[in-house]
Design a protein around this ligand. Structure first.
Ligand code: NAP
Length: 249
């Protein structure tokens, strides 16, 4: 129980503005999140899958890239824990995804389809809202995404994959935490997890201080990317944060 409080309680309280952006990937020992054909169910074990559902219950919106929707057809709901399902946010700059995917058709939670301004194509199901975002050579501008979601009251964002999306969020500096769940599995030349521009010197590499949590046979590295100091210091005193947490444990 102590571990669970350490892991989740800071998230219940939120960051300085009440929000956070957490990226998560479940990867093999050799850094892959799926086979080269895109099979990823499941890289990590049941404890980490339960963690994903808890994170969904604690966030306002879950963000995924078009590649994940195309490969997995995910629902992104909180089926394993109590608590509301988050708004589903799909980054599909060119509108390449068809209408048939489950999160465009079901009523489990609202879905926001983010496209580049002026792109995104034809008809969509009524329950899918379109959000047009500015784009540049690196794709959709992710600070604009975070701002647009905050304007809708969506401040706690869980970026659930895939590797391209989490890596772009990391590069753009919008993540406050990165969670990497490492499974004792070697996939071999699969889809990459975190992939950043090359650094010439090891001294320039992003070296982080992890908090480490065992999840069955997997190990979760919880990495604080925010400049601000630990937001969790006074959280044990917050009944609101504890109430939120008790729902999902
Ligand atoms: N193990 C895990 O934790 C995990 C989690 C999720 C998914 N997966 C697996 O990972 C694979 C998919 O991951 P992936 O890395 O290939 O793809 P992805 O990150 O799911 O999607 C990448 C695509 O999303 C769009 N996108 C994301 N960020 C964008 C930005 N800032 N601006 C513009 N477009 C953006 C782009 O679409 P366009 O190509 O249309 O430009 C991009 O190519 C699947 O095999 C899935 O099963 C594993």
């Amino acid at each position: 129980m102590r571990d669970l409080l350490d892991l989740y309680l800071p998230l219940c309280a939120g960051g300085e503005d009440g929000g956070w952006v957490v990226g998560h990937l479940g990867q093999s020992l050799d850094g892959c999140i799926a086979t080269h054909l895109g099979e990823s169910c499941f890289v990590t074990g049941p404890d980490n899958i339960l963690h994903l559902h808890r994170m969904r219950a604690l966030c306002d919106a879950v963000v995924v890239g078009a590649g994940t929707v195309a490969s997995d057809d995910p629902r992104l709901t909180t089926r394993l824990v109590a608590g509301p399902s988050p708004v589903r946010v799909v980054l599909d700059p060119g509108g390449r995804l068809g209408d048939g995917y489950r999160l465009f058709r079901d009523d489990a939670a609202p879905t926001l389809l983010c496209t580049a301004a002026g792109k995104g194509g034809g008809r969509r199901h009524d329950r899918v809202e379109r959000l047009e975002l500015p784009a540049d050579a690196d794709g959709l501008r992710l600070h604009a995404l975070v701002g647009a979601l905050a304007e809708r009251g969506l401040r706690r964002l869980f970026v659930e994959g895939g590797g391209v999306t989490v890596s772009r969020c990391l590069t753009a500096g919008v993540l406050s935490r990165l969670q990497l769940a490492v499974a004792p599995l070697i996939i071999g030349q699969g889809r990459p997890g975190v992939s950043l521009p090359r650094t010439e010197r090891l001294a320039d590499a992003l070296r982080l201080t992890p908090r480490i949590f065992r999840m069955g046979v997997d190990v979760l590295y919880d990495l604080d990317l925010a400049a601000a100091a630990d937001a969790g210091a006074d959280l044990a005193a917050s009944p609101a944060a504890q109430g939120t947490l008790l729902r999902v444990l």
